[in-house]
Write a protein that binds this ligand. Structure first.
Ligand SMILES: Cc1cc2nc3c(=O)[nH]c(=O)nc-3n(C[C@H](O)[C@H](O)[C@H](O)COP(=O)(O)O)c2cc1C
Length: 163
């Protein structure tokens, strides 16, 4: 049985995810790269590994491939605008965005519930995406922050666990 793209997207949209903005700095041009990504996962505890998937059509793909380092910024409930901004192809994505650099220079965005700084361990081809596996070198997290949640093609309100 073949699966058509629309049905595939609809079914996969049933898997609720958090939302991240994955960032890097191009080592040659020093241009900042930032992309909204929900295809993010923890991978290993020892060593601490994570992965994310980036489409081949992403304009800043080159920065992620060449930089060898990236940051994963896990968005808070209040950061829908940031998610939409980094899901767009706007040339001025970075205007007014608050960030700092740690060791790699990859932008660490302010106000996120967690930020991870990673080194690329390996990449794999996965159909029309590339899977980046990264070693987590440094991180910070906000205690008690609520996440931005994506489900069936839209943001949904996070329901805190009941006591
Ligand atoms: C909630 C959400 C999740 C997304 N997840 C991914 C993802 O996991 N991988 C991906 O390549 N693009 C994902 N996208 C699409 C990219 O954010 C979008 O194509 C972006 O414009 C690419 O950046 P570019 O300007 O560098 O091409 C997602 C978009 C949204 C709104």
């Amino acid at each position: 049985m073949s699966v058509d793209q629309r049905t595939f997207r609809k079914a996969l949209g049933c898997f609720a995810t958090g939302v991240t903005v994955v960032t890097a700095i191009h080592p040659e041009t020093k241009a900042l790269a930032g992309v909204t990504v929900s295809a993010f996962s923890s991978l290993s505890l020892q060593p601490p590994l994570v992965l994310f998937c980036l489409g081949h059509q992403t304009s800043s793909l080159d920065a992620f491939v060449k930089a060898g380092r990236f940051a994963v910024n896990i968005l808070a409930e209040s950061q829908r605008d940031l998610s939409n901004r980094f899901a767009s192809r706007a040339a001025d994505k970075w205007n007014g965005v608050q960030w700092e650099a740690w060791d790699s220079g990859a932008p660490i965005l302010a106000g996120c519930i967690a930020n991870l700084e990673c080194s690329v361990v390996t990449t794999h081809q996965g159909g029309d995406h590339i899977i980046f596996v990264g070693h987590v070198d440094r991180l910070r997290q906000q205690e008690g922050g609520a996440p931005l949640v994506y489900f069936r093609g839209g943001y949904v309100d996070y329901a805190p666990p009941s006591a």
